[in-house]
Write a protein of this length. Sequence first.
Length: 106
Amino acid sequence: MLTENRKYDYSGLITLNKNHLLSVASRPQDDNVNWLFLQIGERQLSFVYKIIHPLEANYGKPFEIDMAFIWSEVALEILQLEHTYQVLRGQEEIGIVKLTHNKTAL
């Protein structure tokens, strides 16, 4: 996981779809990959995330995360709060995220 020693830029609500290859008991906090992409028009911004309440996180339902963007300066210029973005793992669409707070503005 790429969450250690990380400054998180945004908070949001993410809804992830469960991949058909995962076991029935699998939950989002079991996933070892937390490096995803946000689709913004023609652009993709890479980010890592941390689940705020891991025991409450389930596939198909929104749960709270903190997000750190690899190019945070670019993210701050183009992302909008209360806007919903597509989430990708590589080229696969796996869910959506709605940005709720800009943590750098606090």
